[in-house]
Design a protein around this ligand. Structure first.
Ligand code: RB5
Length: 146
């Protein structure tokens, strides 16, 4: 699995935490910044990462901003992306098992690094259950491809 990772200025610390988690787990990833001193615009990071996942260049994406909200709104505009904003471990598992999400966002101003790490680890390792959930995800893709 290859993961595209990015944050705006509001998510740099959790992005570093997730990078070190993926190093420990032996998960291949590329860090797309930001290398920011001042403030940057989250769509400039969310959209390229989402496009890399949608094109198949990367299997998954993880995006961090202050709230996780802006990154998730932007990523979900890209066709083929199922992005979830997650701040608890139950949802981290459910959104992989039920929604087959391919991008995870979190907000560094909302949760701490320990919880972010647990959420990312669950989300990176949990499998999609398929079955009735595949039917439901398929209905979203069908709508998107109309
Ligand atoms: C930046 O101040 C902040 O708006 C951004 O990190 C994010 O929370 C947007 O949704």
């Amino acid at each position: 699995m290859k993961v595209a990772l990015a944050s705006d200025h509001g998510g740099v610390n959790i992005r570093r935490e997730i990078a070190s988690l993926m190093d420990e787990l032996g998960i291949e990833y590329q860090d797309f910044g930001c290398e920011c001193e001042g403030s940057v615009d989250y769509p400039d990071y969310a959209l390229p990462v989402a496009e890399k996942v949608a094109s198949g260049e990367f299997d998954r994406g993880i995006l961090i901003c202050g709230t996780g909200i802006g990154m998730s709104i932007a990523a979900n505009k890209v066709k083929g992306i199922r992005c979830a904003l997650v701040h608890d471990t139950f949802s981290a598992k459910a959104t992989r098992a039920h929604n087959d999400t391919n991008i995870l966002t979190m907000g560094e101003r909302v949760i701490g690094p320990g919880l972010a790490r647990d959420i990312a680890q669950i989300w990176l390792t949990e499998e999609f259950e398929g079955g009735r959930h595949a039917t439901r995800v398929g209905k979203i893709s069908e709508y998107e491809n109309k």
